[in-house]
Design a protein around this ligand. Structure first.
Ligand code: CO8
Length: 258
């Protein structure tokens, strides 16, 4: 799909979506987020696609919310129009895995967008930060909630209270990203991981994403019960029969996604 703000293409069972604003820092304007969530929801409902890579430009995954627009915002408008919630909250309802491939700046809303993805792969030049405090605001799309879950309280406090960014290697050490690679192989690596995911049974992919996300929303006992029920339900799938028969027959499984 060609759009003035995003580019989207399909490579087999994987979609590759790029934030492509005229400004390579990809300020996250309302229009950009609207276009992004619309395309991500379209991909989510396409049975031929099993996983998505989301990336930005060479300079930035995204340098945060649109400061020009925010500088004019008042409380009544932000509250009445549900600024951020109106479109961003649709991103976290996506059911298929999203792999963020981050080059350059991932700041403010950009860092929060990366953290909304399921796996984050960073180029060596990536920088992650929540600089909102320098603008006199609090992070608004999950920085104070997802960063401590990903990287622990002390790192989250340090990042949010100083506004100073973390390097890719720091982000790796703190668990915010899964892997750091050289910039020129970033997209290839994110695609390779996504293709590896996409080879599997779609209902099982969806169930695993749902179960891992449930661990952030529930007690351990509730989460374990949720997982056990999904595990039991899995025996109703033709793909469970196909996967186990393929293992026993020493061949690769061909999943029907049923
Ligand atoms: N919004 C709007 N315009 C921006 C933004 C932004 N976030 N970031 C950069 N720009 C613009 C600059 O104003 C400049 O415009 P112009 O050319 O017209 O003067 C152009 O992009 C280039 O920027 P710089 O000259 O500053 O480029 P540098 O290479 O010197 O610096 C930086 C790059 C370090 C990324 C720097 O631009 C910067 O610090 N940007 C702001 C980063 C920031 O504070 N981000 C957090 C924003 S607040 C936020 O995200 C709240 C989250 C709320 C939820 C999410 C909602 C979407």
């Amino acid at each position: 799909m060609e759009h003035e703000l995003i580019r989207s293409e399909r490579c087999g069972k994987v979609a590759l979506v790029r934030l492509a604003s005229a400004n390579p820092l990809n300020p996250l304007t309302d229009a950009l987020i609207d276009a992004l969530v619309e395309e991500m929801q379209r991909i989510d409902s396409d049975p031929a696609v099993h996983a998505t890579v989301l990336t930005g430009s060479e300079r930035a995954f995204a340098a945060g919310a649109d400061i020009v627009a925010m500088s004019k915002l008042d409380h009544a408008t932000a509250f009445s129009e549900d600024y951020i919630g109106r479109n961003w909250d649709r991103f976290r309802t996506l059911r298929k895995p999203v792999v963020a491939a981050v080059r350059g700046y991932a700041l403010g809303g950009g860092c929060e967008l990366a953290m909304m993805c399921d796996i984050v792969i960073a180029a060596r030049d990536a920088m992650f930060g929540q600089p909102e405090i320098k603008l006199g605001i609090v992070p608004g799309a999950g920085g104070t909630q997802r960063l401590p879950r990903a990287a622990g309280k002390s790192t989250a406090m340090l990042a949010c209270l100083t506004g100073e960014p973390l390097s890719a290697s720091e982000a790796l050490a703190y668990g915010l990203v899964s892997k750091v690679v050289e910039p020129d192989v970033l997209i290839g690596e994110a695609m390779r991981i996504s293709e590896q995911i996409a080879r599997h049974s779609l209902p099982v992919i969806l169930a695993i994403k749902e179960a891992v996300n449930r661990s952030f929303e529930s007690s351990l006992a509730e989460g374990l019960l949720f997982e056990r029920r999904l595990f039991h339900a899995g025996f109703a799938l033709a793909d469970q029969k196909a996967g186990m028969a393929a293992f026993l027959g020493r061949r690769d499984a061909a999943f029907s996604n049923r």
